[in-house]
Each structure stands twice: as C-alpha cells, then as structure tokens.
Design a protein around this ligand. Sequence first.
Ligand code: AP5
Length: 223
Amino acid sequence: MRKTFLIFLGPPGSGKGTQAELLAKKINLPIISPGDLLRHELELDTDLGKEAGPIMAKGILVPNKITNKLVAINLIKSQARQGAIFDGYPRNMNQLKFLIKKLDKVANEDNNVYGVYIEVSDKEVKERLGGRRACDCGAVYHLKYNPPKIDEICDTCKKKIYIRKDDKPEVIGSRLKVYYKETKPVLNFWSKKEKLIKINGEQSIEKVQQDIIKKLKQRRVID
Ligand code: AP5
C-alpha cells in the first residue's frame, strides 16, 4: 500500500500548524507535531514538560534526543499506517537523519514523501505571531485573520485562549535565527531531491490550503 508522509516546513508562524490541521481532516492522516506534544507535557507538568518548558520559552530547540523519541513514540501511537503529516519536524539535520532511518522501514520509492514549504517573510511572521492566540486543545487563532467566534474563548473546547510564551517579540527574533541556522539545511535537502513543494504562505488561510491541495494533486500525492 502506498503511504504518504508530508513534512511541513517554514518559519515560525508561517501557518504550518493551521494548514496541517486542515489537510489532516481532508486526507485523514495523523499529525505529528513535537511543538504540540511538548506543550501538552508542559500543561501536565511532567518531568519532560519541566525540562522542555524553559528551553521553549527561549525560542531555541529542545534536545534532539527528546524530540526524536517523542516522534518515534507517536509514529507508533498514531498508527501511521497510511502515513502522517509532520508539523515542525525535522528541524535540523540530526532529526532529518533520524526520521529518514525511521521511514526507511515503512516508506520506499513508491511512497509519497514530500516537504511542504510554506514561504512567508520575517515581517509577516512578526505580524502573525503578534496576533496569535492558542488553546491547550491545540486550536490556533489570530485576532485579525482567524478570530474565535466568542471573544477569548476556544470554539472547540470552550476554554480561555492565551498568548504563547514564545510569541513575545524578543523570543520571536531568536526563533527566526534558529530557523535560518538549523532548519534551512533541512529545506535544502528536500529541494535537492526535488521533493519540495513550495507554497506562497502570504495569502488567506483558505487560498494557502487550496494551493497545497492543488500541488499535491499535480504530483499525484492525493486524488
Ligand atoms: P512549534 O510549536 O512547532 O512552533 P513553530 O515552528 O515556531 O511554529 P508555530 O507553531 O509558531 O507556527 P506555525 O507555522 O504552526 O503557524 P500557525 O499555524 O500557528 O515549536 C515551538 C517550540 O517547541 C520550538 O521553538 C522548540 O523550542 C520546540 N520544538 C518544536 N519542535 C521541535 C523540534 N522538532 N526540535 C526541537 N525543538 C522543537 O499560524 C500562526 C498564526 O498565524 C496563527 O495566529 C494563525 O491563525 C495565523 N495564520 C496562519 N495562516 C495564516 C494566513 N494564511 N493568513 C493570516 N494568518 C494566518
């Protein structure tokens, strides 16, 4: 059976999470997002959450041994029998090598493994993260572009939404630096293999989603 593994790439705030969520509903694949998994650990106040929390608040990467392990566990847990969507992973060359090794066991040349790169400028990143509001259930809003139906309340779980600690302007700067230094080489890897689907992320949420679907269909990744 042909499997589909899509790796969403792009700077912080480019819309990876938003788009991964919309696509997952449409093509029925599980999402593996270390960012969401780590925030869940943080919320539960586990040892892992205690270790990762201060690192995430600084906008730098959590050690590879933690994220790689989380991904390996969740690949099994999510029963990625038909594939999976990775949101925010791999983010450096160590993680990329780890994932390729993992996928080697389940994916071969017949399978669809693509990077989906959502391109947005640094200026747009700052605008988006400045207005972002998050919920513990994983839902993401933007005060201007994607507000909740009721002010400050999550549409899905009705909890109060909040500003992520790493969405402060000084932290956004260091997240962008980490992205250019660590994650750009991952992007270049997929590009050299001609397995990178580039999407103009500076369009409405709906238009970005339509472009992703159009390009995945063109490559026969989805029907
Ligand atoms: P993570 O949660 O993965 O953060 P990120 O990659 O920085 O990405 P974001 O979640 O900030 O943004 P996004 O691209 O998903 O955009 P979103 O859809 O929310 O990681 C957080 C931290 O965890 C890291 O800094 C690190 O410490 C740790 N971590 C995670 N993964 C790791 C790994 N692999 N290795 C090591 N450490 C790791 O959209 C942003 C906003 O814009 C929202 O408000 C949204 O509503 C809005 N929006 C989205 N699309 C549009 C649009 N088209 N037009 C207008 N607004 C839009």
